[in-house]
Design a protein around this ligand. Structure first.
Ligand code: OMD
Ligand code: FE2
Length: 416
């Protein structure tokens, strides 16, 4: 229960009920939104008036260069109680974190073409680890400084972030909780993200992760120098896969309390830096723009696949893509294998054996992955680097062939 003092200083969506933030979301991906926690706090006619309503400070957060083409231009105007710049200087985080990588070169990282698989990480009971403490890099490529590349991290946390906020100057985070719900407070408001949903925190947003249901673990993909967008649908048509309206952004929420010693943890070049300030960064009373955090419920994904024979490439399951300048070449695709009916005939159902010019990192949120009968567990992971051969394990292959032989005796190949 919030104290009366807190009640006075925390503000929801302007509906007069400041105590319970109602998790009202704004629907749509790529929209230009407006949101105000106090009616009248958003300047009407301009972005940066000499005097903002309620004496707020106007601050622009740019997600693309000012001059990016209009269709790709991302920025949001934040109207806050104190400007973000009013903090003490940044210093390297003490003690050093040392589990994150932002530059993937041969002096700091190793590369192997071997197929790799990781068992699920135990979520430790002790010591206390928040989302930042529990975050570690698994693999990646490129450079955050050169603004081209990506990193895959995993996290295991047992404690809410307290008196601190995280800011990733390197890139966008796409967070996939596999176990344990996340309550993500951002400068635009709050998002509740249970396993089965994902949340994207674009580069530069300050955010804090609370664990309302206890420990949490999951996956994070990070992209440098670009942002996620919906994939083109080609011959699928105007509808299907992830639908823009199912992406949800928060509504304005702020806290006004004096918070001496509040810490901003900034990731820059894969290194962590801290700066203190005497106020919460979640002091944005109103905002407008199209550069926003958002979440998406993966069960809303509308899968498409083959209906007669052969196996569609996994790109047909792309939820979000981070493009490069080369047509059809993604920096990183976020792809899911959701529950779906498999109706084709005379087709070996699990993924074909293959070698790919793209590297493939996989995690498992729940269930059994159809290509791996054994050993690939929820919370675990696998990595098949580019051109490394992979495909169904032997048990899966044999079971599927046995099934095909029984079901469709005309279509099989009989060894021996
Ligand atoms: O390797 C994997 O399991 C992922 C995958 C799935 C699929 O259906 C086709 C190709 C592919 O890489
Ligand atoms: Fe693959």
């Amino acid at each position: 229960m919030a104290s009366p003092r807190r009640k006075q200083q925390q503000h929801g969506d302007g509906d007069g009920d400041d105590d319970s933030y109602s998790f009202r979301y704004l629907s749509g991906l790529g929209n230009s939104f407006t949101s105000e926690a106090v009616p009248g706090s958003l300047p009407g006619a301009q972005n940066s008036p000499l005097v903002c309503p309620l004496g707020l400070y106007a601050e622009q957060l740019s997600g693309t260069p000012f001059t990016a083409p209009r269709a790709r231009n991302l920025r949001t105007w934040l109207y806050r109680i104190k400007p973000s710049v009013t903090h003490e200087p940044f210093h390297p985080c003490q003690p050093a974190h040392r589990r994150l990588i932002g530059e993937f070169d041969r002096t700091t990282t190793v590369a192997t073409p071997t197929q790799l698989r990781w068992a699920p990480a135990d979520v430790p009971q002790a010591p206390p680890l928040d989302f930042i403490d529990g975050l570690y890099t698994v693999c990646g490529a490129g450079s955050s400084f050169l603004r081209h590349g990506y990193a895959v991290h995993m996290y295991a946390a047992n404690k809410s972030m307290d008196g601190c906020a995280f800011c990733n100057a390197d890139g966008d985070f796409l967070i996939v909780p596999q176990q344990g719900k996340l309550l993500v407070t951002t400068e635009c408001g709050k998002l509740l993200v249970p396993p089965g949903e994902i949340v994207v925190i674009p580069q530069g947003f300050r955010f804090a992760v609370d664990l309302p249901d206890g420990p949490s673990r999951g996956y994070v993909s990070e992209i440098f120098g670009t942002h996620f967008q919906l994939p083109d649908l080609g011959p699928i048509g105007a509808n299907g896969l992830a639908s823009a309206r199912d992406f949800l952004s928060p509504t304005a929420w702020f806290e006004q309390a004096h918070r001496p010693g509040y810490t901003i943890v900034q990731k820059y070049g894969g290194e962590l830096f801290t700066a203190t300030q005497d106020f919460s960064p979640f002091n944005v009373v109103a905002w407008h723009g199209n550069y926003v955090p958002y979440k998406y419920d993966l069960s809303k994904f509308c899968p498409f696949n083959t209906v007669l024979f052969d196996h569609a490439d996994p790109s047909v399951n792309t939820v979000l893509t981070a493009p490069t300048d080369k047509p059809g070449v993604a920096l990183l695709d976020f792809v899911i294998f959701p529950p779906r009916w498999l109706v084709a005939e005379n087709t070996f159902r699990p993924p074909y054996y293959h070698r790919n010019c793209m590297s493939e990192f996989m995690g498992l949120i729940y269930g059994i992955y159809e290509a791996k009968a054994d050993g690939f567990l929820p919370g675990g992971a696998s990595l098949h680097s580019c051109m490394t051969p992979h495909g169904p394990d032997t048990k899966t292959y044999e079971v599927n062939h046995a099934n095909l032989i029984q079901r469709n005796p005309l279509s099989i190949y009989l060894p021996g």
